[in-house]
Design a protein around this ligand. Structure first.
Ligand code: ADP
Ligand code: ADP
Length: 228
């Protein structure tokens, strides 16, 4: 589902953020991306989202080489990759319903499709009753559920979660993990960058550890491996 071939990223500052990364993630996998601060996790995530380009190498997602697709086509990557961030990034002046619907409008879904799919996905994330609420009226966990609904509304084969529990208390974090795992069980490949040691240790999923731009560990059922 995700293939990186000899991918390197050198920033202008001459920092080698990623060095010749080779990686294959299969359809339906749940993968934790771990490693100390500065290891290259964000760089990898940003390249998958095409926010930055690799200096070298190729990235293939769902059989499509995304390395050289046209800028104009980037919004359509959202059909392939949903994304969830630590800070939710919801539109503050739009309701829950509108926040999710907006993701469908971007890929030019019809009003009929939007009216059909948004309630379904809000029900899946347990927010049917909050459809008319605004983000500031919601708890952190609820806001993250909206952001997850928005990420999966176009049914992408891949969901990238960048520190999705970073702003949440442990109990709420587990609720979010349960939801991500549920989405994963329905067939979505999930890649989650995280510092949440307890979660990684408990979930026993594939763990890829980066340090200084290199993959230093890749375990089928691994733990967090660091003390922080
Ligand atoms: P992580 O997400 O694991 O903390 P990053 O991908 O953010 O790691 O950073 C990897 C390396 O690249 C670090 O040395 C960081 O300082 C450097 N880096 C990240 N972004 C930039 C940038 N925009 N310009 C220059 N160097 C950067
Ligand atoms: P599995 O992968 O075993 O089918 P899950 O992905 O739902 O199940 O959960 C992964 C692990 O996380 C399990 O070992 C489970 O006990 C643990 N877990 C789930 N929810 C919580 C929680 N609220 N607090 C602590 N551990 C939890």
């Amino acid at each position: 589902m995700i293939v990186l071939k000899n991918v390197s990223k050198r920033y202008k500052s001459d920092v080698m953020a990623l060095s010749n990364i080779n990686l294959k993630i299969d359809k339906g996998e749940f993968v934790f991306l771990v490693g100390p601060s500065g290891a290259g996790k964000s760089t990898l995530v940003k390249m998958l989202l095409k926010e930055i380009e690799p200096t070298q190498g190729r990235i293939i997602i769902d059989n499509q080489n995304i390395t050289n697709i046209h800028r104009r086509k980037v919004p359509y990557l959202r059909r392939k990759i949903g994304v969830v961030f630590q800070d939710f990034r919801l539109l503050p002046n739009n309701t829950v319903y509108e926040n999710v619907a907006f993701a469908m409008e971007i890929v030019e879904a019809t009003p009929k499709e939007i009216r059909r799919n948004v309630p379904t996905i809000l029900s899946l994330v347990g927010l049917s009753k909050k459809a008319k609420s605004y983000p500031e009226q919601l708890s952190g966990g609820e806001q993250q559920r909206v952001s997850i609904a928005r990420a999966i509304i176009n049914n992408p084969p891949v969901l990238i979660a960048d520190e999705p529990t970073g702003n949440l208390d442990p109990e709420t974090s587990w609720e979010i993990m349960r939801l991500l795992r549920q989405i994963n069980r329905r067939g979505t490949t999930v890649v989650m960058a995280t510092h949440a040691k307890d979660i990684v240790d408990m979930m026993q999923q594939r763990v890829i550890a980066l340090e200084n731009g290199l993959i230093v560990r890749d375990e089928k059922r691994g733990g967090y491996g660091y003390e922080d």
